[in-house]
Design a protein around this ligand. Structure first.
Ligand SMILES: NC(=O)c1ccc[n+]([C@@H]2O[C@H](COP(=O)([O-])OP(=O)(O)OC[C@H]3O[C@@H](n4cnc5c(N)ncnc54)[C@H](OP(=O)(O)O)[C@@H]3O)[C@@H](O)[C@H]2O)c1
Length: 227
């Protein structure tokens, strides 16, 4: 059986040394990397946090939610939409797609028990998400097949090639709370920069155009010419 090491760190206020130690020791999720360069275990961690964690929490808290006839609110993302298939952040997006599907079917499964399920299709919000991802810390490996377009790939892995604009986290939270407190909360809450735009793109943009856009922005078109 594989052994694991544990550490107890106290005094982890944000910005302090305890916090820095915890961040360094923890296997943080948010793994952005080209699939060919990816470590399978780290991809699994994206799914552990974004999908299996959500399932485990749902199962654990269902009895309480049933008694209170409460609302289960799942944090998903525009990254989970069909049209969000930006290269090099693939496993993160795939885990968010799984979360959107899980949340949708759960809405129907829990309805008989008086429990509502709301899916947050969150757009870009100003948090340390991108700084915390492994892609931002290490970049692509020295033997990556994508070295000729390293700058473009790493810009995608670190969110630098995303359209500029972020909704402040408090503003996002205010909107979400206002939606949730309605007598009939919407089944999807679209808050955060680009959340509405991506919804429209998802319905209207032809796939050939999405492929073209992602090929241009990721540098894979340039790589194809070089090979
Ligand atoms: N920021 C955006 O633009 C955006 C857009 C759409 C959706 N989202 C989603 O919103 C959620 C929160 O992200 P955020 O933007 O607030 O970024 P964040 O500040 O980096 O928060 C990420 C959260 O994940 C937790 N986490 C990291 N690794 C973990 C692990 N291995 N096990 C358990 N928990 C772990 C962190 O916990 P600790 O703080 O305790 O380490 C932290 O609370 C995520 O699901 C993200 O995908 C964000």
């Amino acid at each position: 059986m594989a052994s694991s090491k544990r550490a107890l760190i106290t005094g982890v206020s944000e910005g302090g040394m305890g916090d820095a130690l915890a961040v360094e020791l923890m296997d943080r999720y948010g793994y952005m990397m080209p699939i060919l360069d990816s470590d399978l275990q780290k991809i699994k961690l994206n799914f552990d946090v974004n999908v299996f964690g959500m399932i485990a929490v749902t199962q654990a808290f269902f009895p309480m939610l049933r008694i209170s006839r409460g609302i289960l609110v799942n944090q998903c993302s525009i990254a989970g939409l069909m049209a969000s298939y930006q290269p090099f952040i693939n496993s993160y997006q795939a885990s968010k797609s799984a979360a959107v599907k899980f949340s949708g079917a759960l809405r129907v499964e829990l309805r008989p028990f008086g429990v509502k399920v709301v899916t947050l299709i969150t757009g870009a919000v100003d948090t340390p998400l991108w700084q915390n991802t492994e892609g931002a810390r290490v970049g692509i490996p020295a033997n990556s097949r994508y070295l000729p377009i390293k700058d473009r790939v790493e810009a995608m892995m670190t969110g630098q090639s995303n359209p500029a604009g972020l909704t402040p986290a408090r503003e996002w939270a205010k909107g979400v709370v206002a939606d949730l407190l309605k007598t009939n909360p919407p089944i999807h809450i679209r808050r955060g920069y680009l959340s509405i735009t991506m919804w429209i793109v998802n319905w209207l943009m032809p796939w050939w155009m999405m492929d073209w856009l992602f090929t241009q922005s990721s540098g894979t078109g340039t790589l194809q010419k070089l090979l």
